[in-house]
Design a protein around this ligand. Sequence first.
Ligand code: F6R
Length: 615
Amino acid sequence: MCGIVGYIGHNEAYPILIKGLKRLEYRGYDSAGVALINNDGGLNVYKAKGKVADLESYCEDKDKTGSAGIAHTRWATHGEPNSANAHPHYSASGRLALIHNGIIENYMTLKENLVERGIVFKSVTDTEVLVQLIEHIMLSNNIELLEAVQVALHQVIGAYAIAILDRNHPDTIVCARQSSPLVVGLGKEGDYYLGSDASPIAEYTDRVIYLNDGDIAVMRLGEELKVVNMDNETQHPKVKQIDITLGQLEKGGYPYFMIKEIFEQPACMRDCMRGRINVDADRITLSAVIDYRERLVTARRIIIVACGTSWHAGLIGKQLIESMCRIPVEVEYASEFRYRDPVIMPDDVVIAISQSGETADTLAAIELARQAGAFVFGVCNAIGASIPRQTQTGVYIHVGPEIGVASTKAFTGQVTVLSMLALSIAREKKTIDDETYKHMVAELTLIPDKMEEALKTNEQIERLASIFTYAKNCLYLGRGYNYPVALEGALKLKEISYIHAEGYPAAEMKHGPIALIDSEMPVFVIATRDKLYEKIISNIQEVRARGGRVTALVTRGDTQIQQFADHVIELPDTQECFQPLIASIPLQLLAYHIAVCKGKDVDRPRNLAKSVTVE
Ligand code: F6R
């Protein structure tokens, strides 16, 4: 959701900024813009509605020189996506240009004050208020940019990551962060890079600083980075080494990131387990469980908070933890939890699950839990993001950057971590016997190979996909561990193909949704062999009796379901609790191929953002 790139150094800024914007395209956006201080000291701002490629076309005949610049992809919140509302925004005199991620909540009040002072606004965004306010403070107090930013931010309520160029200081970018991520890259020879995450920076430097809330940074060419807060107190954020390869940021021969990421899952899962499961595959070691053993083992209740796909992973986590550890688990939408006045007790453990580590609702839920004295544990992918920094401990899923907007490998990574976590706590609590524990750990290590088997269904699914292209609605049914898989399968289809889809617990169908079933309604049933197998067969019969078209995911060798399903997709067998790691793969592939058949932009579905940093 919105992307920030900045550069100040010895090279031409424009190509670096455009490349950086392209690296951030996955976050979702609807317009883009760039500001450059050219070699004559002029400050040029170019903006376009649409994709970064549209911005490039617009800039073709423009002056793009200059070695200082900021650039932005905007995901509209205040005001429609058009070039006037796109960032950067000029200040009234044209001296400053500013880009912003986040939302300024009190922008109306601030704007009214500025309008009364004669300042004319050119957009309807909350962002423009910031640049006008900062310049107004600068000019009326005759102070420099940093001080004006400090004064202005004292008046601002909301979330922001901002970067500002000042025509009078072409060697400097000033940036600030509050509840919206910002990463400064330290280049060789005193060059600076800026990004809303590390992906636009990673190919230039592996030394980065993740700014903290309240930090204001001054990037001045050739000088050490200066970081202060609003009260001008010096801050000392740490320099971190990042480990992102170019290959991880590129498509590697696949047509879309999503399909690349689907196929990466076996390798990602091996990475996720590496160093955590020993070579004999009989023991899991999670440092967070060792360090906080007492807190986890004595938890009276676990509350999982998350959004979207991560929430679906949480539903699987609930079943894993309850069955293995015998600790009651509640799974909450972070967006509801934060406003619901929930009962949170000091002996609760709150597990926050998030791929990006920046989801605003999940961050707010964490804050609420912390205030209530609960112990907060993070399950996150993006290294150094806000969630891992605001939780007491946690486990990274280590699946590498996920660029496709529809989450795939992060989901299976989250389920893998939750499986390891449940097994580790269960062992410490002695709610699982040694033999079962070892057997399950060994099975978990076999899952990457079984995922490879599941990926072999790709061609069959590609052929099937064309049949469903014209569906208006689809139903996904599952039971037990496969119920969240049904929810996740339906979400994937909705997100990228724009076909309405519902995930339902199969037995609930007869309490309402069964009325929808007719020959026009494709029904996808996850019917792998587990303790509810016979029950789900009855559910399939109920669909068939009403003319529904059934595609069933079955365990390899199943001959029973073949007799009455229209299509079957065979999957390798595994333990029931690990089935979601296998069964989610064909549903990801199905959503992907249907969307491709429909000619949709799979990696950048309309209206969606990868990192939802506003509530
Ligand atoms: C679905 C998807 C979203 C995210 C949700 C939470 O494919 O990607 O539903 O799962 O926005 O995001 P994170 O996990 O980054 O907190």
